[in-house]
Design a protein. Sequence first.
Length: 223
Amino acid sequence: MKLDPLILPSPISILNVFRNNILTGKGIAETCITLYRFFMAYSVSVSLGILCGMLIFKNSTVKSFLWPFITILQSTPVISWVLLALLWFPSEIIPYFILGIFTLPVIIINTFNGLMSTDEKLLEMALAYGIEEKQVFSKIMLPSMLSSLMGGIKITANSSLKVLATAEIIGRLPRGIGGEMNTAWINIETDSLLAWTIYLIILTGLLEKLISKAIKIKWGRYL
C-alpha cells in the first residue's frame, strides 16, 4: 500500500495480469510453446542419459573416457553454459541446449549408480541358473536402476522448466514464458513480471506432480 507500484504492485494488479494476459488465448499459446520446448528437450535428454549410463556401466573404457566430461558438465554453473550458448547457437537452439546440458549428467549418473547397486547375489544366482541376459536385465537390473533413475528424473523435472525459462529470457526469445517475462522487464511492468513468475512456480509444481504420477503409474511396483 505504501510502496510505488513500480517497486511492488498490489495483489489486485497482479491478479488483473493473470486475468487479462496469462489466462487468455495468448497466454496459453505462450505456455504451450515453452512446454513444447521442455518436453522435446527433456525427453531426448533423459533417453540419451539412460543410454549413456547403461553404456558406461557395460564398458569400463567408455566410462574412463566419458566420466571426466560428465563431471565437468555437472559442475559447471548453468549461467556459464547460457553465456557460451549465446556465442555458439542461434537463439532458438539455446533453450534446448541448456536443458540438455542441465539434465543429461544427472540422468547418466543416476542410471549408472542404479545399475551399480544391483544385488550381486541375484546376478550370481541368475548366472548359475543360465538365465538369458535379456531376462537378467529386465527382471533384476532394471528394477534396481529405476529406483535411482526416477529420483534423478524428479530432481530435474522440478528445476528444468525454470532453467528453460531462464534460457528463454537470456536468449531474448520473443515467444514462450521466458519471452513474456523478458518483455515485462524491458517495459518495466513489474506486475506482469511478478504474475508470470508466480505462474511459472505454479506450473513447475503441477508439472512435477504430473511426471511423478506418471512414474508411479508406470513403474510404481519397482519404487
